[in-house]
Ligand binder design. Structure first.
Ligand SMILES: NC(=O)c1ccc[n+]([C@@H]2O[C@H](COP(=O)([O-])OP(=O)(O)OC[C@H]3O[C@@H](n4cnc5c(N)ncnc54)[C@H](O)[C@@H]3O)[C@@H](O)[C@H]2O)c1
Length: 472
């Protein structure tokens, strides 16, 4: 196998865009073309305002765009030109049909694979970058092999992406590991090596792990399930802390100091969001059910159930604290993205909370530094949340600062852990002055120094902590 000279990435989203931009940044000898069926997305990648916010992304793109990095809607042309093709399309949870609500919808993966099979005029290495159920490569192989000839051969690799939104560029430049799964045939192993050589431009050899295809596919689901499990575990403990006077930060710190556990991903919160954790766990649940392993399915499902419980518990606590009604009260929601340093709102806890506030007839004022008005209205207008955009606009005020959102509010709710909401950055005395009294603050991210804010006059409520913590 000769060295890869031309890469095509199908899907210019949160994964395909940053991942392949970093490949272009680190491999000047490789031409990288990122394609998408969405012309608006491609136009944004070619403009001054990239379609996604990610620290460091703009520098990487601007350094290589027009040199060896291209964004295009010409999917067929890029497929034909490439030696290696990443399939990095979306794999959402199925909304209807068999496995609805659990199984991954593989329609986009299949359609991209069929396109490759239809238009390829030379041999290709096809790489699953999307997160897929274990053994999806088998279906891709069947489609591709049905179209292979003596002259055109397809190799399939699994190369799941472990980047985290908000730190994607750092994660890609210094990955903990790169995982490449291949069929253990001579051709498969050669293709695996060709992709390893691409990453070898900047990733140390010992950080590039090679496995069989199925281990690679399952490892991605397993890693996300275990990460989410840690969050649900600490969130479950936060409920015990609130009922006993233990402090969840102290408990997490004490547990995390055990080197077998480690300190990361032990921060209690209002619940995890993002496009991946819930979808990938549900995917694992479905896979377990399909394999007739009901106990295994129930075990992983509990991680998602705990996450929903945590969000509901937070809302119930807010309503109870605000004298059992929030009707006509103004609630300022600080943060709408699912976590800091991203504009991504998919599965954000903010959506669930605001939906509940609106159902209780509260007035909601929202501020997020990176999510625009149109995105917020669209997310809240989804069926089952609020039916029309006009209704959203009636209940919701979208603000351009935390101070505007908190003006005349009865409660401030911290939902996203943006640094600018920390008590050393935001002027909480000013926020307090502008609010109705008593001024309630609910910290869903363990972000602020509660005793300090209590001294200002706030009634502060923090997940996993009680005001009386530590007192006998
Ligand atoms: N977002 C993350 O943090 C993350 C991390 C690791 C893995 N993943 C996985 O990576 C995959 C992609 O995720 P994402 O967040 O980038 O999704 P995304 O929705 O942001 O992007 C997917 C893109 O694929 C395009 N697309 C769909 N079908 C296409 C086709 N046939 N031809 C050309 N373009 C097509 C869509 O228009 C869209 O722009 C998913 O499987 C996801 O689970 C995501």
């Amino acid at each position: 196998m000769t060295a890869v000279k031309s890469i095509c990435c199908i899907g210019a989203g949160y994964v395909g865009g940053p991942t392949c931009a970093v490949i272009a940044y680190k491999c000047h000898d490789i031409k990288v073309t990122i394609v998408d069926v969405n012309p608006a997305r491609i136009a944004a990648w070619n403009s001054d305002k990239l379609p996604i916010y990610e620290p460091g992304l703009e520098d990487v793109v601007l350094a290589r765009r027009g040199k060896n990095l291209f964004f295009s809607t010409n999917v067929d042309g890029a497929i034909q030109e490439a030696d290696l093709i990443f399939v990095s399309v979306n794999t959402p949870t199925k909304k209807s049909g068999m496995g609805a609500g659990r199984a991954a919808d593989l329609a986009y993966v299949e359609s991209a694979t069929r396109r490759i099979a239809q238009v390829a005029t030379s041999s290709k290495i096809v790489v699953e970058k999307s997160t897929v159920p274990c053994r999806t490569a088998q279906s891709m192989r069947t489609i591709l092999e049905a179209n292979s000839t003596d002259k055109i051969h397809f190799d399939i690799l699994s190369n799941p992406e472990f980047l985290a939104e908000g730190t994607a560029i750092d994660d890609l430049l210094k990955p903990d590991r790169v995982l490449i799964g291949a069929l253990q045939t001579p051709e498969g192993i050669r293709a695996q090596q060709a992709l390893a050589d691409v990453y070898g431009h900047w990733v140390a050899k010992e950080s590039i792990l090679t496995t069989n295809l199925w281990s690679s596919e399952l490892s991605k689901l397993a890693a996300n399930a275990m990460l989410a499990q840690r969050i649900s575990s600490v969130n479950a403990l936060s409920a015990i802390c609130e009922a006993t006077g233990a402090d969840v930060d102290e408990v997490a710190y004490a547990c995390g100091r055990d080197s077998r556990l480690g300190s990361k991903f032990l921060k209690a919160s209002v619940g995890f969001g993002g496009s991946c954790f819930q979808k990938d766990i549900l995917n694992l649940v479905y896979l377990s059910e399909q394999l007739n392993l009901p106990e295994v399915a129930a075990y992983w499902h509990q991680v998602v159930i705990m996450n929903e419980y945590q969000k509901k518990r937070f809302v119930r606590n807010i309503i109870k604290t605000l004298f059992n009604t929030i009707t006509n009260k103004k609630i300022a929601v600080l943060g709408f993205a699912f976590k800091k340093d991203t504009g991504d709102t998919r599965e954000s806890a903010a959506i669930t909370l605001i939906k509940d506030f609106i159902q209780e007839s509260a007035r909601v004022a929202i501020y997020d530094p990176k999510v625009d008005r149109q995105q917020i209205v669209m997310d809240l207008s989804e069926p089952g949340v609020v039916d029309t955009q006009q209704q959203v606009e009636k209940h919701v005020q979208i603000c351009s600062s935390a101070y505007e959102a908190a003006k005349d509010a009865d409660a401030v709710v911290l939902v996203t852990e943006w640094d600018e909401f920390r008590d050393d950055q935001l002027d909480y005395a000013k926020i307090y002055d502008g609010m109705h009294k008593p001024a309630f603050l609910f910290d869903g991210r363990l972000l602020v120094n509660a005793p300090k804010l209590r001294k200002m006059g706030f009634k502060v409520n923090v997940i996993g902590k009680t005001e009386l913590a530590g007192k006998a």
